[in-house]
Design a protein around this ligand. Sequence first.
Ligand SMILES: *Cc1c(COP(=O)(O)O)cnc(C)c1O
Length: 352
Amino acid sequence: MYEGLINKYSKYLPVEDKSKIVTLNEGNTLFLKLKNLPKAIGLTNANVYVKFEGLNPTGSFKDRGMTMAVTKANEAGSKAVICASTGNTSASAAAYAAVAGMKAYVLIPDKKIALGKLAQAIIYGAEVIAIDGNFDDALNMVVELSKTQPVTLVNSINPWRLQGQKTGAFEICDALGRAPDYLMLPVGNAGNISAYWMGFKEYYANKEVTNLPKMTGFQAEGAAPIVENRVFPNPETIATAIRIGNPASWKLATAARDESNGTIDKVSDEEILEAQKLLAAEDGIFAEPASCASIAGLIKKVKEGKLEKDRQIDIACILTGNGLKDTSVVVNDNMEIQKFKPDLNELSKLFK
Ligand SMILES: *Cc1c(COP(=O)(O)O)cnc(C)c1O
């Protein structure tokens, strides 16, 4: 039986006491080759794979890091965890704290998190505190609180988070038998791009693969500090999970970009929503807006002619979270639902 990513990748994830592992059997997520979308965007010489991280136990990749961070907090005898969150970190921290019998404190930006994510933090029993400020403000608060109060910080500046998250790279390499040519993913606080790069490099160093991908990150236009090389004091985007103006892992992310010969680019909210719809309508996968920055980015690269055309390439896109967490963006956008009386004659007209 699969028992979570710490057990699976124990060679790469040091844990002292196996009995203290805090897991919900996260990881081992769906990795799927897209059948229709590549053709729809005019891409003929690439296999496009998606890793659907929305199928983790709390619906986002954050569970990969949280199993490690909460396991280590548990090992150290900590009784509580704390985080700032745009939503998914708080959902994940709350769930793992629950299973470990620990308390979770989560600070969220007031009214700027998707309702599904807020519901998760509440139902898993976290202490939820809304801050009249943005994510970056909340992160500054929890960093200070964790220095003076008996709580362990589980934001991605906790090094164990990135250790757990690097397993996404292992799973992709295990599935393909090699690293993809491109790894495309959204960039918010920039922990995940850093973690994936660490994972690919470790697999390469251990000769599990003989190639490395170009790390290709995408920020939202209204929250693009790395792309524009400046802090965004008031980040704005519909993709709330990447609504971050001053990423904690900024330096690690630019190192991943530069060492891998990759790029970090930006996409507009409009492009993100179009990509979200295209992915669902073409290939049956519903990912949350931030996730779809990776697909929007892929479309942008194709339009700009930035990908190799002379050979077959493998592209892996990380779909970081589940679309069901944030349905308001969809329902508000497409309210053209047809209304009919429950009358068979009327309804039959639909099929003409
Ligand atoms: C956290 C999150 C991101 C951003 O990841 P970073 O590691 O902060 O760059 C992107 N998408 C979703 C769904 C997330 O929850």
